[in-house]
Design a protein around this ligand. Structure first.
Ligand code: M6R
Length: 613
């Protein structure tokens, strides 16, 4: 959350910074700001809201310099409301230093009190502004900038990626990081810093990944890195193996709709890499545990947040069903503040689209410290989690722009199915016949999603019927319970409707009290072990006057007379069905948000990458 960028070189600084920020806008859109040097003065422009507002403010401005230097920021508010005063860059009292920050300074209140006592005029409500004043204060005693920054960092508790410019040093700028991602981009006669590679990829493929407690000092031709003791160190320059991706809606109204439609190909591509036919073994060489270690596995834990957590819940069902190893699933944010009983003979699977989610990263680090092997399932092979993984299983969903996860969720599911099948093959925990049937079913999924997508009209009609409801309940049981949670999450995050997912059998233990004709209840109803039970729970809701909707692959004729609305999905094996059942729920959420006129791709208060705990 929050994105930072910095540039030094001969290009016009404002377009470079704005262009970089466009590629970071997924990290927040509460405000944006830029600071650049001109004739040894620091010029600042800030705008509340989306980056476009800053672009409008700066469209006719060019920096009048031969050497250009500046920093930029995109904000997801943590401390202080989203307004211009709280927007970054923040400056020292006499505008001699400007600073951008991603992260949270936990001890900012004490530091602020101290600075106020010393007479500093703190203007914003942010935790960030104190950093720039602390540097200002340190510089009085230690004029060397790297030393003053280091001494400031020593006073800070929390997480930070920082970019800093000084008015009296127009040929240098500084960066530092702790527990927040930051890269240094190495160009020809120009250098960059950024929270993420896509911000600078158009200009250079050479990067240095800064580690915790490192400071970078950048001129246009040189980059120096200093460790915690302020000793100069050599760092490996890595080459990014991918091309800049044109971020384009390809004719779709929103990225979310485009990404929903990309799902058949994402699944097809992964299957063509890893599962060639139902008769062959799964090709999964990414798990770096040998067969002996895998056979010794006593426990698996899967740690994730949000949609990735729902994928993890499906993973638990399939791994327990096929591999017969107990699987615990935990929200990363809960995992990290309790007794950790992980150890050897356990596998920790971290799932994260971004590979940067702070809670998941901390949880993985904790479990690794306890001796557990860390397998990371992520869409970003260049992320911090990917770099710290013992085993890395990329999901290759392609860049996902919309804040609401869709194709990455489906790709995570697929990775978990392939992993479960692979483990089952190694452990011989399932008959070959059953494995063949499941593989056949898995191979059908791209086409089934396509059928689903070609039948959008029915979902649009359903959305039209229910878009003005204030509350929505999603129910399911067994392997589709996570689909109910995911459907509800999609709806609440992009439409702001109060949608909740429940295990269908839990409804009568409390939530049923809420039901009346104002609350629709959507059931995920797939023939198999729990079909009749979910059907009964749907009828119980109808008996309380609720409008009931089914998402079903059943051809049972009586459903027409029971449900108020039916969304049909293709026939699918119960165990594989979550790959299909989630798609109509994504579309339903999308069309409801669309009817309500919401900002589908950038819903309020959210960010795509959650880098604070
Ligand atoms: O990048 P991650 O998968 O770790 O992100 C986890 C959640 O923040 C994410 O899934 C979030 O819930 C999405 N907005 C859901 O659509």
């Amino acid at each position: 959350m929050c994105g930072i960028i910095g540039y030094i070189g001969n290009k016009q600084v404002i377009p470079v910074i704005l262009n970089g920020l466009s590629n970071l806008e997924y990290r927040g859109y509460d405000s944006a700001g830029i600071a650049y040097l001109e004739n040894s003065n620091i010029n600042i422009y800030k705008a509340q809201g989306k980056l476009q507002n800053l672009k409008n403010k700066t469209e006719n401005i060019t920096a009048n310099n031969s050497l250009n230097i500046g920093i930029g920021h995109i904000r997801w508010a943590t401390h202080g409301v989203p307004n211009e005063t709280n927007a970054h860059p923040h400056t020292s009292c006499f505008n001699k230093i400007a600073l951008v920050h991603n992260g949270i300074i936990e001890n900012y209140k004490e530091l602020k009190d101290d600075l106020v006592k010393k007479g500093y005029n703190i203007q914003s409500q942010t935790d960030t502004e104190i950093i720039v004043h602390l540097i200002e204060e340190k510089l009085k005693e230690m004029p060397d900038k790297t030393t003053a920054i280091r001494n400031t960092l020593n006073d800070l508790d929390g997480a930070y990626a920082l970019g800093i410019v000084f008015a009296d040093e127009p040929e240098t700028f500084f960066a530092a990081r702790k527990s927040a991602p930051l890269i240094v981009g190495i160009g020809e006669g120009e250098n960059f810093i950024a929270s993420d590679v896509p911000a600078t990829l158009e200009y250079t493929k050479k990067v240095i990944y800064l580690e915790d407690n490192e400071i970078a000092k950048l001129t246009k031709d040189n980059v120096e890195i200093f460790n915690k003791k302020n000793e100069k160190i050599e760092k490996k320059v890595e080459l990014i193996p991918w091309e800049p991706v044109a971020i384009d809606k390809m004719g779709y109204k929103h990225f979310m709709l485009k990404e929903i439609h990309e799902q058949p190909n994402v699944v097809r591509q992964t299957l063509s890499d890893k599962l060639h036919s139902s008769e062959e073994l799964v090709q999964l060489n990414e798990v770096k545990l040998n067969e002996e270690d895998l056979k010794k596995l006593e426990r698996i834990q899967i740690i994730a947040c949000g949609s990735s957590l729902h994928a993890a819940m499906v993973g638990k069902y399939i791994i327990e069903e096929l591999v017969e190893i107990p699987v615990d699933v935990e929200a990363s944010s809960e995992y990290i503040y309790k007794k950790n009983i992980t150890g050897k003979n356990s596998l920790t699977i971290g799932i994260s689209q971004s590979g940067e989610t702070a809670d998941t990263l901390t949880a993985i680090r904790q479990s690794k410290e306890k001796g557990s092997h860390a397998l990371i399932i992520t869409n970003r092979v260049d992320s911090t989690m990917a770099r710290e993984a013992d085993s890395l299983l990329p999901i290759n969903a392609g860049i996902e722009v919309s804040v609401a996860a869709t194709k990455s969720y489906t790709a995570q599911l697929l990775a978990l199915y392939l992993l479960a099948l692979n483990l089952a093959e190694i452990k011989k925990s399932v008959s070959n016949e059953k494995l063949t049937i499941l593989k056949e079913e898995l191979l059908k999924t791209p086409q089934q999603i396509e059928i689903m997508l070609s039948n959008k009209k029915a979902i649009q009609k359903c959305a039209r019927k229910y878009y003005d409801t204030r509350d929505f309940i999603y129910i399911a049981r067994g392997i589709n319970f996570p689909a109910a949670l995911e459907g509800a999450l999609k709806l609440k995050e992009i439409s702001y409707i109060n949608a909740t997912g429940y295990p269908a059998g839990e409804l009568k233990h409390g939530p049923i009290a809420m039901l009346d004709n104002t609350i629709p209840v959507l059931s995920v109803l797939v023939p198999g072990t729990v079909y009749e039970k979910v059907l009964s729970n749907s009828e119980e809701s109808k008996a309380r006057d609720a409008n009931i909707i089914a998402v079903t692959s059943s051809e049972d004729e009586k459903l027409e007379s029971i449900f108020d609305y039916i969304i049909r999905i293709p026939q699918t094996d119960e165990l594989i069905s979550p790959i299909i059942t989630t798609v109509p729920l994504q579309l339903l959420a999308y069309y409801i948000a669309e009817f309500l006129g919401k900002d589908v791709d950038q819903p309020r208060n959210l960010a795509k990458s959650v880098t604070v705990e």
